[in-house]
Structures are given as C-alpha cells and as structure tokens.
Design a protein. Structure first.
Length: 301
C-alpha cells in the first residue's frame, strides 16, 4: 500500500475530510476532498458531516474551521505553518486602535488569528470583501480594515470610500513587481494578466483583472484567451492548469512563493491521520466571539 492509499484508507476509518488550499503542493492536491480558497474551504468546513477535518493550509485557516465546527476534530498537519500577514496585527495593537476610534467598525481579513477575529465586527475574504464593503458596511462611517493594506486599499477603491488601513501585507504577494508583470507580458504578448488583490496597487494597475483565487478559477474556465499570466502564489498554477488543460498559465513572478504553504506534504498528512496530530484547540470564549464575525462573513458567500 503506497502513501496515497494509506491516506485514503485512514481517511475512511477516521471519517475524515481533507481540505486543501489552492497554494498547497501538487501532491497534496491529489489527496484532497476539496481544493479551494479560504472562503470556499470555510464553507466546506461548515457543511461537512465528517468527524475529522484535516486542514492543509496555514494555521489561521485551521482555526477558522475549528471555530465554525467546534464539535469536530480539526487537524493541521504542520503546526508551524503560520501566516506572516496574520502576525502583523496583534490583540494589543487592535484594542488600542479601537479605543482611538470607538465608533469604527472593524473588518478583518480571514488571514488573522482567532484572538483578533474575536475583536472584529465582521470577517471577509478576498472573494467577498468588496460585497461586504458595499452591503454590510454601506451605512458605516468609520471602518478599520486589518491586516492587509493592499486588499484594504483595493476594496476601499471598489466601494468608493475610505478605510483606515492596517500596515500589514502578504510577503509573497508583494514580491510580485510591476516589472515582473511587464517582462511576462513581453514574453507572452497574447496573454491576459490576472492578479490577486493582495498584490500592490502598482501591480494591480498593470493587470487586466483583479481576482480572488476562486475568481481566477472561474474566469480561466470561461475566457476564450488561451494564455494567462497569474499574479498570485505560484501554487495556484497547478490547479488552473489541471482544470484547463487546453490553456497555458505562467507565473507573474517566480518569487511569489509562500514557504509556510509548502510545509505540508503527503508524509505530514499521513502522520496527522495516523497520530491525530496536530489538533487545533482554542479557548471557548475566543471561539464564541470570533464565530460572530465569521458567521457574518458567511452570509456574503
């Protein structure tokens, strides 16, 4: 029995489901029950009847799954798979900001810790942030957006309003530079450029479209263009190519790699199922408070 067969066998015995983020290694994609972005996987976590959720991503994603389904066992195969962006906003700093702006509503990107979500009014993902800004926050005068200043500036621009932006960012996405995109456009002149809203405004300005990873998947399926330059973490290209074998996909930059997303492999998934490690454990009060902001997010899925 090879490692993939062992994983599938244990998955049946544990009544487990394997959720895999788009940026994971190709080998991990191949054992997934669901592959998707943060919002899509959050929804699957809420809907699944499995007893065990193996979350192949980074830690805040596994936390989110546990908050949504506290009665389930949520395992993260690599407990050191963190998110630098999520670490850029702390509870202490956010409490101070809220005290300075007592009438403001706080919107947190899902790329935040459970403790930070517990202080926020509503969570969002790159896929539904614009809708939340236009609908859920339409009558709100002051909005604090944490932690990603790039996504926040994009959403504020689309919603035609101003946000107080936290100075956080995704280290992988900001490695994509306008000159990288321009070089790829010269190399592939017939290609369209799709970039993630975590990219800088300068990169978004030279793109043909700005999409969440789920949006990239949907657009790539329907477009008649046969070549696309993708401005997000390079793991995304595996799924896009697999779902669209008649098209060609090129990275906007080879430097857009998230080392934390690459920590999980088949061996760690197998170990997680064999030894039931590493289980996400959170304080009940934190979970209850964070769940309020997440449930509001899920209303705009």
């Amino acid at each position: 029995m090879n490692i993939v067969e062992k994983i599938k066998d244990l998955k049946r015995k544990r009544n487990a489901v394997i959720l895999v983020h788009n940026y994971q290694l190709p080998e991990v994609h191949e054992v997934a029950d669901y592959v998707g972005d943060s919002l899509g996987l959050s929804i699957k976590a809420a809907e699944t009847e499995a007893d065990v959720i193996v979350f192949c991503g980074v830690y805040f994603m596994a936390e989110t799954a546990k908050i949504i389904s506290p009665e389930k066992i949520v395992l993260i195969p690599e407990k050191t798979a963190g998110c630098p962006m999520a670490d850029m906003v702390t509870v202490e700093a956010l409490k101070k900001k809220k005290k300075e702006h007592p009438n403001a509503k706080v919107v947190c990107y899902v790329n935040t810790t459970a403790e930070v979500k517990a202080l926020c009014d509503i969570s969002c993902t790159s896929g539904n942030a614009e809708r939340i800004a236009k609908e859920a926050l339409k009558d709100v005068e002051e909005v604090i957006f944490v932690p990603d200043k790039c996504l926040g500036s994009y959403v504020a621009e689309k919603a035609g309003r101003e946000f107080m932006l936290w100075p956080g960012f995704c280290p992988s996405h900001v490695k994509i530079l306008p000159e990288h995109v321009e070089a790829q456009k010269k190399k592939y002149p017939n290609a369209e450029v799709l970039v993630h809203p975590e990219c800088t405004p300068q990169v978004r300005d030279v793109a043909d479209g700005v999409f969440s990873t789920d949006g990239m998947c949907k657009y790539s399926k329907k477009t008649k263009v046969k070549e696309l330059i993708i401005g997000t973490e390079i793991g995304m290209l595996y799924r896009l190519q697999k779902e669209n074998p008649d098209k060609k996909f090129y990275p906007a930059s080879e430097f857009a790699v998230c080392p934390n997303m690459k920590k999980t492999n088949l061996a760690s998934v197998l170990t997680a199922l064999e030894d039931m490690t590493y289980a996400v454990e959170l304080d009940k009060e934190i979970m209850d408070k964070a769940r309020l902001s997440i449930n509001k997010m899920l209303e705009y899925k």
